[in-house]
Ligand binder design. Sequence first.
Ligand SMILES: [Zn+2]
Length: 271
Amino acid sequence: MACAAWLQPLSSSHALFPTLCRQPTFPAIFHRLTRFSSTVRLVSTMNRSTPVHAQAKRGFSVKEDEVATAADVEFETPLKIVEYPDPILRAKNKRIDSFDEKLKILVDEMFDIMYKTDGIGLSAPQVGINVQLMVFNPVGERGEGEEIVLVNPRVSRYSQKTRPFNEGCLSFPGIYADVVRPESVKIDARDINGARFTVNLSGLPARVFQHEFDHLQGILFFDRMSEGVLETVCAQLQALEKKYEDKTGLPSPERIQTRKRMKAATGFGKS
Ligand SMILES: [Zn+2]
């Protein structure tokens, strides 16, 4: 199984997280978010600590958030995955304040394509809809694990402790590389019905959340790779840029080759 949005084969995550426990991971509030009530699996945490290399934050400030209109959540089915370097992945994502039937249908469609593409998480911009919405299920199988829907999420706290994990992304087919992230986060969000809640995540759910949360800020996983790791996927990124140019007839809106990496701009700051 590929991980969310990405992620890499589950066998690899087993290697990194050798103890896959059947313990409740999410507080009660999360159970109300799910469509399927079933066992939640928690990935154990490791005691590997690496420093947070930057504190500044790239992305869009909360103050700039605009509210999505009905036109912003228009979509056609089946949904299609948007691939790098489509500028949709860098566009601003608007806040949702209409929790209607249309939003529920969109969420259903997002889960559908997530499972079909072997993902464990998916953000709305990845299906061409620039709004603050993500879905995930760390187990990645329909009817198993727990389906999580987060609307307008914000991070109120990141753990000091970080760890590397081999990530993939549905918008970067075939590309997998290590990304270092805080191992736990505290988040505020709304559920599919608009109810506010706060929750702490750690282990794989925290990893998936952070990857998807980055998408909502226009940040892509290679933005967070070290120079050395980025080098290992550079040719693959360039191949995607060429694929985009061949398909659209347009120049790639960004190029990994010429991009000046903005390390200070990809740290972990509160949103
Ligand atoms: Zn992704």
